[in-house]
Design a protein around this ligand. Structure first.
Ligand SMILES: NC(=O)c1ccc[n+]([C@@H]2O[C@H](COP(=O)([O-])OP(=O)(O)OC[C@H]3O[C@@H](n4cnc5c(N)ncnc54)[C@H](OP(=O)(O)O)[C@@H]3O)[C@@H](O)[C@H]2O)c1
Length: 254
């Protein structure tokens, strides 16, 4: 595929649909990835019809190395100007009681796929002297969390990896941004196993606005929303152990 593309993972639902929408509004041709082929097809049809862009879909399970291998190879050989590493999920509950396969997939999707896809696009971006890599992290990146220990750890990885890469690529023309949303109105919490928690949620459009503003300002990371910024910052003021032990209270699993 020779014309330049934007790639959005997790584009069948939630934030990914909104990232795809914003990129289509900007005139980008799109490659959309997720597992749900039907939902991806609907999103793609809608964007083609309303924005006149070319949209390709890839129904892939990015949570396993085998599932994503062909897709990563394809992306390595594609001219990508923007990569949005958005696919991710959480598991709410005691680590010892979580399904072992689910835990392994959570790490592999949230951290592994994101790293492999970043590696696939970054070399050509540096060679061209331009490009953007957006890695969706979370406010949970700023604290350890009992009851969501794996998720918070993977999002901490995403933040540290992204800011490190931002610094490494600072003079290359390639932008790297970690986006840290707080609770946002998508199917995320339902998929995590508990939709009753943290009901005060921001709209996906606000996260997308924060992303593109921070990208334009060449920032290494952005926390979406004033309240979430306060929560992220206040974690610096309390012991890690305190913040980690508080989490089950507001996740209502204590
Ligand atoms: N919503 C929040 O409150 C919140 C807060 C902080 C951070 N985030 C982060 O924001 C990102 C987007 O989440 P969301 O809120 O939009 O959640 P969502 O509505 O559950 O959407 C998740 C997306 O990821 C895809 N996905 C899940 N597992 C996948 C797999 N194995 N392979 C490929 N794609 C997969 C899903 O598609 P399929 O099911 O079709 O595969 C879906 O498109 C995630 O990284 C999440 O951690 C969300």
């Amino acid at each position: 595929m020779h014309s330049p593309w934007a790639v959005v993972t997790g584009a069948s639902a939630g934030l990914g649909v909104h990232y795809a929408e914003r990129l289509a509004e900007q005139g980008s041709n799109l490659i959309l990835a997720a597992r749900s082929a039907d939902k991806l097809a609907d999103v793609a049809d809608d964007l083609r019809r309303r924005h006149g862009v070319t949209v390709e879909v890839r129904a892939v399970d990015l949570a396993t190395e085998a599932g994503r291998a062909d897709f990563v190879d394809e992306i390595r050989g594609t001219h990508v100007h923007t990569l949005i590493n958005n696919a991710g999920f959480a598991s709410v509950g005691s680590f010892s009681e979580l399904d072992a396969d689910r835990v392994q997939q959570e790490v592999s999707l949230n951290a592994g796929a994101l790293t492999e896809l970043t590696h696939a696009v970054v070399g050509p971006m540096v060679a061209r002297g331009r490009g953007a890599i957006v890695n969706v992290s979370s406010t949970s990146a700023f604290q350890a969390m009992a009851g969501m220990a794996v998720y918070a750890a993977t999002k901490g990885y995403v933040l540290q990896f992204s800011v490190g890469l931002w610094a490494e690529l600072h003079d290359t023309g390639v932008r790297v941004l970690a986006v840290c949303p707080g609770p946002t109105d998508t199917s995320f919490f339902a998929n995590a196993g508990n939709d009753d928690v943290l009901r005060r949620r921001r709209r996906p459009e606000q996260v997308i606005d924060a992303t593109f503003k921070a990208l334009a300002e060449h920032r290494p990371f952005v926390v979406d929303g004033a309240r979430n910024k306060l929560v992220a910052f206040s974690n610096r003021l309390v012991p890690r152990s305190f913040a980690a032990r508080l989490a089950p209270t507001y996740l209502r699993i204590a």
